[in-house]
Design a protein around this ligand. Structure first.
Ligand SMILES: *Cc1c(COP(=O)(O)O)cnc(C)c1O
Length: 517
């Protein structure tokens, strides 16, 4: 075999790009099948290079250094061949991209992805179906519907459920709140918000979330014209889960003030702690006050896969609607998310008929149209195929074992952190998030917030391990988000040693100077 790299073979075989070339050889069609294969193989080679070369989760490059590279580029002057494009993209992006597949990446909610989903991506983008109507997707529509039905079964819904794939959890949460609001107005006020806009007392609508719920709830309330003021934050318990008694009090309190409770958002898997709000009790309270119950299971949906831990989601079947992020907890590439409703009739609230796409006269059973279920997207990617490939090749049980492994590693890590005496751990986790900080060895001499911030920043620009951070009661904490079954307790042990080392360095340098200096 020649000592030529594969990439240069492909690059030389691929046609040069001549600017005044009138040929159509960049279009994807029968006549360019060879170019297509070569370009894809070269792209796959680049990805292999990423796996081989990127040995730590981040290169540590500073934004200013990276930005300077972009200043040299003129988008109006195309490069002459694929090889140059690959080289440029490698320098600008791949070389420094955050590597979620490495076990030392435990920062944010980014899971490693499974290979069947990556194979599906190739098909999705080339065939490029659009999921809005049957005449733009055919089998794609039914694949999506089967996966929605399957997800509904996992939730414990009956065959009255329905739903749609969305771009992400924030969007799915928006759908939940929008349906809750419009359903409330229609049912209890006889007012159709879709047609007539807000009723006069809409500024009194109230939505209950926990203090640790995702910020998309605030954004969505403001987007819906209710304002962030519509969100009532309910205090949490010692594991940062919504306190059901406080929820009841908060509802009564709002009623007393003449406000109008319309919905409760329970979080199944908080972003900061990975804990699950008490779903059964919240369901009971929602029923008692006739409130819509939405469960944000963007993160916690992974438990649906697990035999061992599925019970933690008990009660979710009582929710009126649910957010699922397959790209958080089903090892799927971004984007892959879904919104589900228990009663499919509720989706009629948002239906809109455009004469050119889904005219009213159409017989829906003969010609299904997923666009009827989507609020925020018309043209929509066939993301469902990734999950289809994944389930058909791996099956639910295998994915579930990945999830179990992650949860078990996290619990071991929690014990390690707690047991060492050098850290303060705020809570154990139902899933994979641990919030903790390194404690100064000589209390009172250094500020723990400044020290832990230093630890985080030093690790980020070293790039060797990536962890996240959060603030709890105004205090700075480090955060592990474990979503990779490759991450073992040995990796965690090693990461804790690095944290201790940076902490000790910081202490030595700051011991005799006052805090915040
Ligand atoms: C990540 C997350 C979201 C938002 O989902 P995106 O897919 O990032 O839009 C919503 N809720 C929770 C609990 C999350 O962790």
């Amino acid at each position: 075999m020649e000592k030529q790299t594969l990439i240069s073979i492909y690059a030389t075989e691929l046609p040069e790009n001549e600017m005044d070339d009138n040929s159509l050889n960049d279009l994807f069609y029968e006549g360019t099948e060879t170019e297509y294969r070569l370009a894809l193989r070269a792209a796959a080679e680049q990805v292999s290079g990423f796996l081989k070369n990127n040995k730590q989760p981040f290169s540590g490059i500073k934004p200013a250094t990276l930005l300077a590279e972009f200043d040299k580029i003129s988008l109006d002057k195309p490069l002459s061949n694929y090889k140059s494009v690959f080289e440029e993209v490698n320098a600008l992006y791949i070389k420094h991209a955050t590597a979620f597949h490495l076990p030392q990446y435990i920062a944010h909610l980014n899971c490693p992805v499974v290979i069947p989903a990556l194979a599906a991506e190739v098909i999705i983008s080339a065939i490029n179906s659009s999921q809005d109507t049957y005449d733009q997707s055919a089998g794609g529509t039914f694949i999506e519907r089967r996966l929605i039905d399957w997800t509904g079964e996992q939730l414990g819904y009956n065959n009255q459920c329905d739903g749609v794939f969305t771009g992400g959890g924030s969007q799915s949460n928006l759908m939940g709140l929008l349906l809750a609001r419009d359903y409330y107005a229609l049912t209890y006020l006889g007012h159709n918000i879709k047609l007539d806009g807000h009723p006069v007392n809409a500024n009194r609508f109230r939505i209950f979330v926990s203090e640790k719920a995702h910020f998309s709830n605030q954004k969505n309330a403001s987007l819906m014209g209710l304002g962030e003021q519509a969100i009532v934050k309910v205090a949490t318990d010692e594991r940062f889960r919504m306190d059901a008694r406080k929820l009841e009090q908060a509802i009564l309190n709002e009623l007393e003030q003449g406000n109008i409770p319309i919905a409760i958002v329970a979080t199944a898997g908080t972003t900061d702690f990975g804990n699950i709000d008490p779903l059964q009790e919240i369901a009971r309270i929602a029923k008692q006050f006739n409130l819509w119950m939405h469960v944000d299971a963007a993160y916690g949906c992974g438990l649906l896969l697990s035999e061992k831990y599925r019970h933690l989601l008990n009660g979710i079947e009582q929710a009126d609607s649910v957010t699922i992020d397959y790209h958080k907890s089903f090892f799927q590439p971004i984007s892959s998310s879904a919104f589900l409703v228990k009663n499919k009739l509720h989706l009629n609230i948002i239906k809109h008929h455009a004469d050119y796409l889904n005219p009213k006269e159409q017989d829906y059973d003969a010609l299904p149209a997923q666009i009827n279920k989507s609020i925020t997207q018309s043209t929509r990617r066939f993301d469902a195929l990734k999950l289809w490939f994944t389930l058909r090749l791996m099956g639910k049980q295998k994915l579930g074992r990945y999830t179990d492994r992650i949860i078990d590693t996290t619990e071991q890590a929690a014990c390690l952190i707690e047991g060492s005496g050098q850290f303060e751990l705020l809570s154990h986790s139902d899933l994979g998030v641990l919030v903790f900080r390194y404690l100064p060895q000589h209390a009172g001499e250094v500020d723990p917030c400044a020290m832990n911030l230093h630890i985080k920043q030093t690790m980020f620009f070293n790039g060797e391990v990536l962890v996240a951070s959060t603030k709890v009661n105004g205090q700075f904490y480090l955060k592990f988000t474990i979503l990779n079954p490759l991450t073992t307790i040995q990796h965690i042990q090693h990461i804790l040693t690095i944290i201790q080392k940076h902490g000790k360095d910081y202490e030595q340098r700051h011991q005799h100077t006052p805090a915040y200096s």
